[in-house]
Design a protein around this ligand. Structure first.
Ligand code: FES
Length: 144
């Protein structure tokens, strides 16, 4: 079996939603200190709907494919779906990632959550802090 699924290769070669949103309502940037890869997500939100989402990823192919798939999964959806998106769901939608590449998909989940937190902070919207763990301390950052 090939190391990467066709979906991963497709999203890596033709990533969807690449770019920036100048007047974004929320921006989230996360980095993986181990590999040095960085992912930035921009959200445009109106009436609790993710109207638009774009990403910039300076990272490996799995991180690019994960960002592309994750943005596709939340675009046009209620913010609640962005908040509940897991790296597991992204990985499944990509028909899997090799075990040593799973942490790359975690970046996508975290960047989206961080952008949502930014949106809430900017608008003074109250939220449950447990929705947003302290990203810098999470275990996967130490996975090679
Ligand atoms: Fe760094 Fe994939 S995100 S190796």
């Amino acid at each position: 079996m090939a190391l990467y699924s066709e979906k991963v290769m497709d999203h890596f070669r033709h990533p969807r939603n690449v770019g920036i949103i100048e007047d974004a309502d929320g921006v989230g940037e996360v980095g993986n200190p181990v590999c040095g890869d960085i992912m930035k997500i921009y959200l445009k939100i109106k009436d609790d709907i993710i109207e638009d989402v774009k990403f910039e990823t300076f990272g490996c192919g799995s991180a690019i494919a994960s960002s592309s798939m994750a943005t596709e999964m939340i675009k046009g959806k209620p913010v609640s779906e962005a908040l509940s998106l897991t790296n597991k769901a992204v990985t499944e939608a990509l028909d899997g990632l090799p075990a040593h590449k799973l942490h790359c998909s975690v970046l996508a989940e975290e960047a989206i959550k961080k952008a949502m937190k930014d949106y809430y902070d900017r608008n003074g919207i109250a939220y449950d802090p447990s929705l947003f763990p302290v990203f810098e301390d999470c275990d996967h950052c130490h996975v090679h």
